[in-house]
Ligand binder design. Structure first.
Ligand code: BGC
Length: 742
């Protein structure tokens, strides 16, 4: 007995000794280390993965700290609904979530939007920043690199302005050409919009900035945007609006998505389980966080459980749903604690991934903005996206024969127009036009002080005079005497309002008609939010669509008019001929049934046999291009690539877009854009381009299988200069193919 006990204790000693010897080299490590210390070291370690750091930090947070993270406030300076803004907000910006200083969690400073650093209305001294052209114009460039560079530029300005979240990335499709916010988005086609907005987001997030992707989803009109119910079947949605979001998400990898104001199939977008949990976080694999649009949260329990991670902009909403009410809901387990943790984890992961901890903002350092370099970025964007829609008798570029030029209207003597609402960027040097309504939100109407007329005066020897266009008698009289007339026509649009129709406002159609009747050498330069009608089109010689061309838009317009820059923009949206060509004659504010299915834009007009005014993809050049030699380079249905040759048969170098459309019997519309590329081709030269097709554009979304499937059969691949100008078609036989996309 004695022996056994001794033996046993000897054995124990040996065990202890050996385990000590084994662990001795790690002597440091066996000093008792608390979980807290490990978590602190983990979240502070910039070499670790964002998710790992976020998880560690989450473990250190109190419940109150977690609630702080999911509740954003409006960065106003005025008291509103008994809400006193935090003194640390960056005033007149969009939003703010306070820091948690105990843990070194930085505050979230949010600003709008897609064309640059905006200032909310009413600011005594707005931030004066570089503005990109409108999203519609950037989409018109069909140039991914331009979109990326523009994003990188505005992201940099946001960072240097003290913001770490830029509420950019609007990708709602132009289902409704009268939508007042079309100018913020990327046009009507899911592939083009998804790619261009995705690239912009990628550019923004090349800075220590989180970008949003918005407004998820179907915020395609402003009429009753807080209540409209968009009724859309799953297949159509996945193949149109949601496809645009999917592509933008893949390319841009935004760390935040903003859910929209409207309802979708009955449920508000910010408490829509299908949209947020199933599609976005499920199928798209989105790992970032969902923030609500300002005033788009409508509940606590459904919103939290159905996928909203952060309520934004309090007190825009009726109630502080994600404040005390969420605490109560978590305490009573109506919202599981694990769900709250997931909300916070997503926000923290985004903040780590975008280096908000490691490269924190340090207030407004606007003086560090490299103004000239940034203005060059926006100018390059405008130059590449302004579209030459019509050019008869080679009226453009301006010839030296035009010794006297009459410029009419559009404030061309002072600046270029921008769109209104939360995305409004204010120009350096202040506003130049003060007498246009509306003055209150979504106004004021802001012109950037880069006058196209002055830019033209600096570049031509012609004698240039100006009329504001109010006196039609004078217009007629002066137009007759000039060698050339340029009418600048504008359509101001803004957030929260839709255009009543597609006619230019303020009798500008009449003005253009008078000028063109008096002088056939009339050029029209349009600055519009979206498509407009042109009843005067047969009478005028040339038309440029300059959208809202941004800070250096006047210079860009002048360079195109003189021919120093060869236009290369193409329409990202169809210009219809009449309202009865649209899916709906009137914008419905109640239930908006998307009865066009996935046939948005050119797909709708083509399916219905409507001849538009200008087709999607249309855009002229001062050079002459010929597209040909279309060949299938890779027939793999999952990754079809084609090659084509762009020949420039003119004496001017310039850029052309090779557009690849696909057709199949099973499609609801004659064709779909499946790929594109823009190439610069020297005068008299040719270039071979390679275009990869997104296989989803050849496929259909199968709702029951939850898969994208290419049907077996014969597909037509078209090489085209626009959706209406096909230069060559080849056929390819494809086997049934299930794609890897969800
Ligand atoms: C707009 C959003 C914007 C937000 C914050 C809302 O009215 O719909 O696009 O980001 O305000 O200003």
């Amino acid at each position: 007995m004695m022996k056994t006990t001794r033996l046993a204790s000897m054995f124990k000693c040996a065990l202890l000794l050996s385990s000590f010897l084994l662990t001795a080299p790690l002597a440091y490590a066996i000093r008792p280390v608390s979980q807290e210390t490990i978590d602190i070291e983990t979240y502070k370690n910039a070499a670790l993965a964002p998710e790992v750091r976020a998880k560690a930090l989450l473990g250190l947070m109190t419940m109150d700290e977690k609630f702080t993270m999911v509740f954003g406030q409006y960065a106003t300076v005025a008291a509103w609904k008994n809400f006193k803004p935090d003194p640390k907000v960056l005033p007149y910006s969009a939003g703010y979530v306070p820091a948690i200083e105990r843990l070194g969690i930085p505050a979230q400073f949010q600003t709008d939007a897609g064309i640059g650093v905006a200032t909310q209305g009413g600011a005594p001294k707005p931030r004066e920043r570089t503005a990109l052209p409108s999203g519609m114009l950037t989409a018109s460039t069909f140039d991914r690199d331009i979109a990326f560079k523009g994003g990188a530029m505005i992201g940099r300005e946001a960072y240097l302005s003290g913001f770490n979240i830029l509420l950019a990335g609007g990708v709602n499709l132009v289902r409704e050409p009268r939508n007042g916010r079309n100018f913020e988005y990327g046009g009507e086609d899911p592939l083009l919009a998804g790619i261009m907005v995705g690239e912009q987001i990628r550019g923004i997030q090349s800075n220590p900035i989180i970008s949003t992707l918005k407004h998820f989803a179907y915020n395609n009109q402003e009429t009753n945007r807080f209540g409209v119910n968009v009724v859309v079947d799953e297949k159509s949605g996945r193949m149109s609006e949601l496809l645009a979001f999917q592509i933008a998400n893949e390319i841009g990898k935004p760390w935040s998505v903003m859910c929209a104001y409207n309802r979708v199939n009955g449920a508000y977008a910010c408490e829509n389980n299908y949209l947020l949990n199933e599609v976005l976080k499920g199928d798209f694999g989105f790992k970032g966080y969902v923030m609500s649009d300002w005033g788009a949260t409508h509940s606590t329990i459904p919103a939290a459980n159905f996928g909203l991670d952060q309520q934004s902009g309090w007190p825009f909403d009726k109630s502080a749903y994600f404040s005390d009410a969420l605490k109560e809901a978590v305490e009573s387990n109506h919202v599981p604690k694990a769900r709250l943790d997931n909300m916070v984890l997503r926000i923290l992961t985004a903040m780590f991934a975008q280096k908000l901890f490691d490269q924190p903002v340090s207030g407004d350092q606007a003086e560090k903005i490299p103004v000239e370099a940034h203005e060059a970025v926006t100018q390059a964007d405008a130059e590449a996206g302004i579209i030459l829609l019509k050019n008869e008798r080679n009226l453009l570029p301006l010839s030296s024969k035009a010794k006297t030029i009459l410029i009419i209207g559009g404030r061309a003597d002072q600046g270029v127009l921008s769109g209104g609402g939360s995305s409004q960027v204010y120009p350096r040097g202040g506003q130049v036009v003060h007498d246009e309504a509306p003055k209150a939100w979504p106004g004021p109407v802001v012109y950037f002080p880069d006058s196209p007329m002055k830019a033209l005066q600096a570049r031509t020897k012609a004698k240039i005079s100006y009329l504001d266009g109010k006196d039609l008698g004078l217009v007629k009289d002066q137009a007759k005497k000039a060698d050339l007339v340029i009418v600048f026509a504008t359509q101001w649009l803004g957030e929260s309002i839709d255009a009543e129709g597609l006619d230019l406002p303020n009798k500008q159609n009449q003005l253009i008609d008078e000028a063109a009747s008096a002088n056939p050498n009339t050029v029209v330069v349009l600055q519009t939010g979206g498509p407009v009608f042109m009843p005067w089109l047969p009478k005028v010689g040339a038309v440029l669509e300059a959208w809202y061309p941004g800070t250096r838009g006047g210079t860009a317009i002048a360079l195109i008019l003189t021919g120093e820059v060869n236009p290369s923009g193409h329409l990202p949206v169809t210009f219809p001929k009449s309202l009865d060509q649209l899916p709906r004659l009137k914008i419905d504010g109640g239930t908006d049934k998307a009865f066009e299915g996935s046939n948005i834009g050119y797909r709708w007009y083509e399916a219905k046999g409507h001849q538009p005014l200008f087709a999607f993809g249309h855009g002229l050049s001062y050079a002459t291009f010929k597209l040909g030699e279309l060949k299938i380079a890779s027939p793999d249905p999952k990754a079809i690539t084609v090659t084509a040759r762009i020949h420039n048969s003119s004496k001017r170098s310039g850029a052309e877009v090779a557009q690849i459309y696909v057709s199949h019997d099973s499609f609801d519309s004659p064709k779909r854009l499946a790929g594109f590329t823009k190439a610069y081709v020297e005068a008299g030269e040719s270039k071979t381009v390679t275009v990869s097709l997104d296989p989803r554009l050849l496929a259909s979304y199968d709702v029951s299988a939850k898969k994208w499937i290419i049907a077996k059969g014969s597909y037509k691949i078209h090489l085209a200069a626009s959706s209406a100008e096909i230069s060559q078609t080849v056929t390819i036989e494809l086997p049934e193919t299930v794609l890897g996309y969800k």
